[in-house]
Write a protein that binds this ligand. Structure first.
Ligand SMILES: Nc1ncnc2c1ncn2[C@@H]1O[C@H](COP(=O)(O)OP(=O)(O)OP(=O)(O)O)[C@@H](O)[C@H]1O
Length: 243
């Protein structure tokens, strides 16, 4: 079952369309990269997926059920969410930051959470000793890795990422891209990652969505997007470094 489905979704801000007739099925245990220019509607799309925004028109399904906005906060806890500049709590250690979602959910025992934290830190190349550090003692890339560990600690079925690597240098980006792929091999989940960088979309995505002015220009496997770009704009998006 595809865990996230949008049917004919429209969203406007002050009468200005941000999403227009977006229908997408995000495939189970696959990475879908959403690429598009600034202002194309990528963040709006992600916020519609996690129920932070209720679209003006159209349907949103999560795990086969129409999204229940009266339970949005509880449903959101089942989705990991990673954003650029991650929002770690500065007064909490790395370990406390990573474990914060478990405290909210009370879903796993303390020992299980600690074991999972160590596993995730290992997969994201964070030395165990970093658990005692504070966010300001880490580099931007390390902070972003902590944010990914935090989002994944409750083992969500879905992981949503909004430009998670946008502020990083290209070498750190590529390192973290490799770690994300490694994580996906060891525990497969449905991942939606937003990026304005076509190279990143191609590096990470099994599927690619190309958004332009709130509309889906193309949605297909990476291979098909590369082989048969829907139009000249998609071709440009997939052959340029960033848009
Ligand atoms: N809260 C808001 N109020 C009014 N307009 C908004 C709001 N959020 C986004 N918009 C507008 O909606 C459109 C889509 O914005 P969105 O942030 O979804 O695009 P994006 O592709 O994520 O852009 P970027 O890559 O620059 O973050 C843009 O024209 C933007 O100005």
């Amino acid at each position: 079952m595809d865990p996230l489905v949008l049917e004919h979704v429209y969203h406007t801000y002050n009468g200005q369309p941000a999403l227009s007739d977006v229908s997408l099925r995000f495939h189970e245990k696959k990475i879908t990269a959403v690429v598009g220019r600034s202002g194309s509607g990528k963040s709006t799309l992600l916020q519609v997926l996690n129920g932070m925004l209720r679209p003006g028109q159209g349907k949103v399904f999560f795990q086969g059920q129409p999204f229940d906005y009266s339970r949005a906060a509880a449903l959101r806890l089942q989705m990991g969410y990673v954003i650029q500049g991650i929002g770690l709590f500065p007064h909490l250690t790395v370990a406390q930051n990573i474990l914060i979602n478990t405290r909210l959910q009370r879903s796993t025992s303390g020992a299980d959470s600690l074991a999972r934290m160590h596993l995730l830190m290992q997969l994201m190349n964070l030395p165990e000793a970093y658990g005692k550090k504070y966010p300001h003692e880490l580099s931007g890339g390390e902070q972003q890795r902590v944010g990914i560990c935090r989002a994944l600690l409750p083992n969500p079925t879905v992981l949503l990422m909004d430009e998670p690597l946008g502020a990083l240098d290209s070498i750190t980006r590529e390192d973290i891209q490799r770690e994300i792929l490694q994580l996906q091999q060891s525990e497969q989940r449905t991942v939606v990652i937003i990026t304005h960088n076509p190279q990143e979309a191609l590096a990470l995505g099994d599927y690619i969505v190309v958004l332009e002015a709130g509309k889906v220009l193309q949605y297909d496997t990476k291979e098909n997007v590369l082989k048969s770009p829907a139009n000249a704009l998609v071709e440009r998006l997939t052959t340029t470094r960033s848009v």
